[in-house]
Write a protein that binds this ligand. Structure first.
Ligand SMILES: Cc1cc2nc3c(=O)[nH]c(=O)nc-3n(C[C@H](O)[C@H](O)[C@H](O)COP(=O)(O)OP(=O)(O)OC[C@H]3O[C@@H](n4cnc5c(N)ncnc54)[C@H](O)[C@@H]3O)c2cc1C
Ligand code: FES
Length: 344
């Protein structure tokens, strides 16, 4: 038996390795040519300390308190030189991937569909060529090399569940944008695309408390991937609330899919809102107009927030103004790339 271990490095790069039953994570990583931080490998120095974000494991009993205290273990910290997984796990490694000789991989995929869902939204579907689709955690993104643009890269979050045969992305098609122009003018099914990743620290954690998900525009993409995962694996009985905002009703895409997910996730509710002036959508305004302190469960809540930078900052400020400290606020900003800076 083997377990799938996701090593999520400080810079967001993520590598998946197989760990044999009874094998220590440090040994499995080494076998996979990943040099995780370590010194003594005996549970004495604490150099290999990481955070287990998800999964079941044995901490080992051959380490000293100076290396890992009971409080640290209680918080989810682990010594990878001692830790033996008993399920798939996600481990946050507090150093950059380059320090462990890890480079996010380039993967060639095939474009299988480009669907215009609204004037400003395109759903892009890809499938594997020889190497398979990249493994990823729900919420993560990859960098696309935009075909015919001299190696320019753009980041896009998966909107599909990990492991699906066809992976999807939800892209705002910006006229005059590098990716916008490719999708609008040149893209054709059968195109070969190069992706690099997976990347990012915005991924679904083990559900331990009620979740509030806040999406602005195409920021719904990684949230959809998370919801697919919750539909498949359950939310451990916790409530999940989604607020999804866009400027125009036409850009509130994938709502039917969210309705279908609502039927599969017990305790999941959602609402959509439009911020465009004069909108006749049932809810209007920004997502911040539709939640407050009373929706934060006294702070025992995990917030997942994704959208344009201004929206993310507005929500963070709104949460801070609620006067409730939430357990976790995970967020991803869809920061527009500087074409020149990202050109190869
Ligand atoms: C981690 C991460 C994940 C992302 N995931 C997604 C995703 O899932 N879906 C998605 O649609 N986008 C996502 N983005 C944004 C995406 O990477 C691109 O920035 C965006 O698609 C524009 O690319 P482009 O090549 O079409 O335009 P560019 O060539 O980058 O820009 C062309 C012009 O449009 C302007 N511009 C770019 N973006 C915007 C904007 N949002 N509003 C107004 N003007 C803009 C630029 O300043 C420039 O003047 C993500 C960004 C990050 C950092
Ligand atoms: S490497 Fe020293 S405690 Fe793990």
């Amino acid at each position: 038996m083997t377990f799938r271990i996701a090593l999520n490095f400080e810079d967001g790069a993520t590598r998946f390795i197989d760990c044999n039953a009874g094998e220590k994570v440090l040994d499995a990583a080494y076998r996979n040519k990943i040099n995780l931080p370590m010194d003594c490998s005996d549970g004495v120095c604490g150099t290999c300390k990481c955070r287990a974000e998800q999964g079941d494991y044995d901490l080992g009993d051959d380490y000293i308190d100076d290396a890992l205290t009971a409080e640290e273990a209680e918080e989810g910290l682990v010594l990878t030189c001692q830790m033996v997984p008993s399920s798939d796990c996600v481990i946050a490694v507090p150093v950059p991937s380059s320090a462990c000789k890890v480079k996010p991989a380039d993967i060639a995929v095939e474009l299988v569909a480009i669907e215009r869902l609204s004037p400003h939204r395109v759903r892009v579907s890809i499938k594997a060529t020889d190497a398979g689709l990249p493994a990823f955690l729900p919420g993560q993104y990859v960098n696309f090399a935009v075909p015919g643009s001299g190696g320019t890269q753009r980041s896009y979050s998966f909107s599909s569940a990990p492991g699906a045969e066809v992976a999807t992305f939800l892209i705002r098609n910006i006229q005059g944008g590098r990716m916008g122009d490719y999708l609008g003018k040149r893209a054709a099914t059968g195109d070969r695309l190069i992706l690099n990743g997976p990347l990012g620290s915005f991924y679904l954690r083990e559900p331990r408390r009620p979740m509030l998900m806040l999406a602005g525009g195409t920021g719904i993409a990684p949230i959809l991937s998370m919801l697919e995962d919750l539909a498949a694996k359950g939310a451990n009985g916790h409530a999940v609330r989604l607020l999804y905002g866009a400027h125009d009703a036409a850009d509130l895409v994938e709502v039917e899919r969210i309705e279908a997910l609502a039927a599969r996730i017990p305790g999941f509710t959602f609402a959509t809102t439009c911020s465009g002036a004069g909108s006749d959508h049932p809810l209007t305004g920004h997502v911040t107009d539709h939640f407050g302190a009373a929706d934060l469960n006294g702070g025992d809540a995990d917030i997942y927030l994704c959208g344009p930078p201004e929206m993310v900052e507005a929500v963070r400020a709104h949460v801070a103004s609620c006067g409730v400290t939430v357990a976790n606020l995970y967020y991803e900003k869809f920061v527009p790339a500087q074409a020149e800076a990202l050109a190869a």
